[in-house]
Design a protein. Sequence first.
Length: 642
Amino acid sequence: MTSIQLAQRGTGLLRTFNEAGVLSAADVHVALRLGRMGRESSEEVLFAAALAVRAVRSGSVCLELLRMREIGVDADETWDAGAGVDPATLPWPDIDAVLAALRISPLVCGGPAGPLRPLRLVDADPAGAQWREDAGPLLYLDRYYQQEQTIRRVLTERSGDHPIVDAAAVRRELDRLFDAPIGAAPDRQRLAAALAATHWTTVVAGGPGTGKTHTIARILALLDTHRRAQPKLPTLRIAMAAPTGKAAARLQEAVREQADSLDLPELTAATLHRLLGWQRGRTTRFRYHEFNRLPYDVIVVDETSMVSLTMMSSLLAALRPDTRLVLVGDPDQLASVDAGAVLADLVAGPIVGAPNPVLDQILVTDSLESVAAEDDPEALTNLERTRMRGGIVRLTRGRRFGGKIAELAVAIRAGDADAALELLRAGGTELSLSAPEETAPVRADIVRAAEEVTAAALEGDAAGALTALESHRLLCAHRQGPFGVERWDRMAAEWAFAGGAGPEPYQGSWYPGQPLLVTANDHEARIYNGDTGVIVRMPDGSVRAALQRGSEPYLVHPTQFPAVVTVFAMTIHRSQGSQYDTVSVVLPEPESTLLTRELLYTAVTRARSHVRVIGTDESIRAGIARRVLRASGLSRSSPGTP
């Protein structure tokens, strides 16, 4: 059990909620510092400021004041004296009193201490009508308010007009790049390419296996061919990026595998930090910004669900108005570890700008209104048609997995715990449910996979070792505790070693079959944080680490790793972007605030052929019922009044 750090200067509400684990010492210290800077002593204002800091630390962009009582005990902190405290029993202040204090606070309005306004109170309904839950007042730290406003402003400006394209030429390319024209069952991948041709900003959403990278490659081929057909224009400048080095490497590999068949140039992908030109110790954080724009005609960002508000704001500020931006990702997955869930906000938010009439010219008779029969289950819904007018499309046809795993993912995403439990209890070849103490099935899978990895590694078969490594993965929600990675990784290692898949006594720190997880980037060596690999014995007796890179393993000497650990279990967050044949998911107790619908969905969709859930019915129900609360103003129809 980890002790909560108490802020020594905290008193009143700050002290009470700090002791209960709702506020951390850091939350209290920041609020008190803001109070000193702005000469603000109101207990209600300082408490709201501390909650706003806590909200950002928990992944929200702002604090929804009407829902502040829903904030629970910090998932990362417990305290012996405060353990078991029900937040509902705490002395929450009256919301009207908090709002009244904020509206006259120098931290919100400025005051004698100067024009500094570290807090922004946004009233979605300044006329004072009765608040709706989705339109109540929001309290921001100023930095995040400004970043959100940048995103809103840039996207609104980019939706004001559309690229000029040859509709007939685009249609011919769509016919070439996709199997068949849109018919009774709409091809949403083809529609995504049409949207990217006719909009400055396109959002391509979809779950695992719906063909997102397949679609990216064809979008790039379409835009590149369209540019080359106009000889007076320079070559299309394309950039591909992702929030992590691992995701960027996978995007690059996936597009390059299709490049020859699509007549695409050789493209590289980078992290968003490298794309923007990260500058350590400089006044401007990035080389490219509002006054020095990125020099690209097309920018594709994959795994956008993991992009934070801060990073998205920096990217959009650095875009030229005539750069096509294609944002790709799964809005139902876990969001960035930092504040914001920008992709989910964009997919759910209001549509701005007018529709592009050229889109209907490209689709001809296959207009969005007539693209499929009303009674066709695969037909575009009215909501989909509306979203597509704003450049947003969701790919729905899964190609990586189907059957019971897909049904379970749908049930979790829909919040249907009864259906999810029924599927898991039914068992079969694709799904299974184990009690927390029932370790025999997962132990058997771990030992089998470790033996296969070791056998291939001893033979020098890097490809075979990597394939065996991906046959099973043990995933946890927590890092520590009885359901955390530390405990289960240790148990899994002991099981594997007992099965003979461990180091021999005379071996050093590296042994054939050793599973690895990279924890830092080395771009020059093509090694990325989140990469997984395995130690393989070479014919001369030396060892190399094999990493998956497209169709061929990438071999490096173990000493080249900037940072690496032996891994038998990993967090669900770490697993994003990866796929395994079988996934065993260890669920924590129902009270864990880390246990959410998004976490379960992400874990389940890592599996190709089998999902094993290790947990209780209560944990499954609690996880499906609990949504990630990431407050922001992006999904609202108007920015409100600060």
